[in-house]
Write a new protein. Structure first.
Length: 300
């Protein structure tokens, strides 16, 4: 069985469209269709439901999907292992990072590219749950996510830093109590991440431990959106302290620390816990273990 045919199958499942799948594989649509037909003939099963266009996978297609992903990932790792046995690591390192961890991405990328100049990198902002799913589906090589709250399953991890929180508001905008207590938050006009983001679930859980709850006026899925909302002066927000350096030099922004309520949420690098661990995953774990934290980050 040719791995390329399995790649065609995975591309159709991922893209949900024959033409887009062909473009992703850099082949013509007839070549892709012929490749799928060949794969189906080899397996003796119909894998894709068609009605002039892609409709979905058959039961047999769904059944082989995780094995197809594993086969292609193993083939890619085997090629990388052979290439790096006597030479530098090459290829694309695919990383998914939660929005809260984006300020550390630059440090990790610089360390990776300094250590392995033959690499290129792809970084995507994803939720913690998306990172877990895509690692399991071999669509990511590594993730940067929370480690101790809803800990990722079937993953190897290297802690990087401990995240704490702060309140950000606009100068001359919302009146913020000084000193600021957790119970004061209920009286503030807040914009926060939505509850699909783990950072928000951690915040809600920590508040619930103390009998507190907050209801934001606005929710969003990125810190850029939250800061844009705060900048207009009518709202304030709660963001990780790791973002403090991103606010340096912004005359409109002011921050206030929130009282320590726990030891901090651990953030780190994760890779799929597989045997053997692929060269790219090994490389990012090795760099993460030696990564020097930039100012504003606290060791876990």
């Amino acid at each position: 069985m040719q791995t390329r045919l399995v790649e065609y199958f995975l591309a159709i499942e991922r893209e949900g469209h024959f033409a887009r799948a062909a473009a992703a594989c850099n082949v013509s649509q007839p070549s892709l269709s012929a490749g799928i037909a060949s794969l189906e003939a080899q397996l003796g099963k119909r894998l894709i439901r068609r009605d002039r266009k892609f409709v979905g996978l058959t039961a047999e297609g769904e059944a082989i999907l995780p094995w197809a992903r594993q086969l292609v990932a193993a083939a890619e790792a085997m090629e990388q292992a052979a290439e790096t046995a006597r030479g530098p690591l090459k290829g694309e390192l695919r990383i998914g990072a939660i929005p809260a961890a984006m300020p550390i991405v630059g440090s990790l990328a610089r360390a990776m590219l300094d250590r392995h100049p033959g690499l290129n990198m792809s970084v995507r902002a994803l939720t913690s749950r998306q990172i877990e799913r895509e690692l399991a589906a071999f669509e990511l090589d590594a993730g940067i996510t929370y480690l101790d709250f809803e800990p990722p399953a079937h993953a190897l991890s290297v802690p990087l830093y401990a995240e704490r929180t702060m309140l950000v508001s606009a100068t001359g905008g919302v009146a913020v109590p000084d000193p600021l207590g957790w119970s004061d938050l209920a009286g503030l006009p807040l914009c926060l991440l939505h509850q699909g983001m783990q950072n928000r679930r951690i915040l809600d859980a920590r508040l619930a431990e103390r009998g507190l709850a907050i209801r934001p006026l606005v929710t969003a899925d990125s810190y850029i959106a939250l800061l844009a909302l705060v900048q207009h002066g009518r709202l304030c927000s709660i963001i990780p302290d790791s973002h403090a350096t991103l606010l340096d030099g912004l005359s409109w922004a002011r921050t206030a620390p929130l009282p320590e309520m726990h030891e901090g949420s651990k953030v780190g690098v994760i890779v799929a816990n597989s045997t053997p661990v692929g060269p790219l995953a090994q490389a990012v774990l090795g760099v993460a273990r030696q990564l020097r934290l930039p100012p504003g980050f606290r060791a876990d």
